[in-house]
Design a protein around this ligand. Structure first.
Ligand SMILES: [Zn+2]
Length: 133
């Protein structure tokens, strides 16, 4: 799937963002190697720790349908904030395990765009190799 199409999917997903507390809306979309798309949004909660980010929602959805890092082609994350929506620390940790290191990650807020990957976003990763002895 083309980069622009995946970003469009993420912006469409963002319309379903549930962010009554922060009013910071985020959408994400994952393209799989067989052409499917899994969307995710941030879903906030009055108990703030229970909030889930858009990119984790999307990657968990893809995994729920049996996709794995080798069948995920790209991830787009978009927001309506003043800056691009760079993944938070928790999401970087999750993505470091659930995406391949070089899987493209497209970031946009509609004004600014950055293409990156998890190797770039999270150096010196704590991985399954550290705990799986
Ligand atoms: Zn996050």
């Amino acid at each position: 799937m083309k980069r622009e199409e995946l970003l469009k999917e993420a912006f469409q997903a963002m319309e379903n963002s549930y962010a009554p507390y922060s009013n910071y809306h985020v959408g994400a979309a994952i393209a799989t190697t067989d052409g499917r798309v899994f969307r995710g949004v941030n879903v906030e909660n009055a108990s703030f720790g229970a909030t889930n980010c858009a990119e984790r929602s999307a990657v968990f959805a893809a995994y729920s349908y049996g996709y794995r890092k080798d069948t995920i082609e790209a991830l787009a994350i978009v927001s309506d904030g003043p800056r691009i929506a760079a993944p938070c620390g928790i999401c970087r940790q999750v993505l470091s395990e659930l995406l391949q290191q070089q899987t493209p990650i497209y970031l946009s807020n509609g004004k600014e765009e950055v293409d990156t990957n998890i190797a770039e976003l999270l150096p010196m990763q704590f991985t399954e190799e550290d705990v799986n002895r």
